[in-house]
Design a protein around this ligand. Sequence first.
Ligand SMILES: [Zn+2]
Length: 290
Amino acid sequence: MTVDADSLHGSGKTSARARAVGDAPVGMVAAQVPEGLTLSEGGAAVWSPSITPSIGVDLDERQALACAFRILARDGFSENIAGHITWATDDNESMLVNPWGLWWEEMKSSDICRVDPDGKVLEGKWDVTPAVHIHTELHRRRPSARVVVHNHPYYATVLAAMGVLPEFLHQTSAMFDGELGFVSEYGGEIDSAELGSDLAERIGDASVVFLANHGVIVTAATIEEATYKSASLDRQCRLMFDVLVAGGKATTVPPVVRPAMKASLLERGTEVFWAGAVRRTVREHPDVLE
Ligand SMILES: [Zn+2]
């Protein structure tokens, strides 16, 4: 894709979103769909397992959130001290969050703090940075977004700086079908409710959002789905980066098959992704549960 830097970054009100979403880069065309076949409708309606391997331990919410930090840190989603994951109660009266100063890869259950909707610490032994307003205002605006994940994964951040969204280069990227967004404006550090609210407005309904010169935000209704999507995102961005570096010619997953693939990935894959990722985390780092 040829990025028009002026229209993406310099014009204030002109959002990159409309340009970046749906405009396939030059050289990228949808793969041909075979004719004469009845294509899969995907999802649990087509097939769901009668039994799946369990996690092996019963997790409370703090333990589950601590596992999410470790899972994503292991996959390279976090940039040393940066980022939050927040998990709000259904009534949005409070949310669990990581404290300031601990890296995602060292998070334990007992480190998790609880803050009120304005980011004030209610429970926990640590401080929480004002950057949590990126999350508090998104939770306030989007009641369905119970979990908000934010950090600066490398390849996603490269694409965000280029003003480019990842194309649907691989079937796994279908999990992001209809969910991508791009915020082209960059106003520096977000450390107040006002700035967080402004960002939440720019994000709108998108749940996988690229922030120019900053990073990404992934929102979902559950910790399992938020972690699965976040863990899958940077690999899709790396595919995109590598294809662009290799000249930009590639086929993409045709739009007509994406919804079925998305349903299969999320309805069938989320639970087993989470269970396997937690098993690996507890096996490698049993202190995560402490
Ligand atoms: Zn950030």
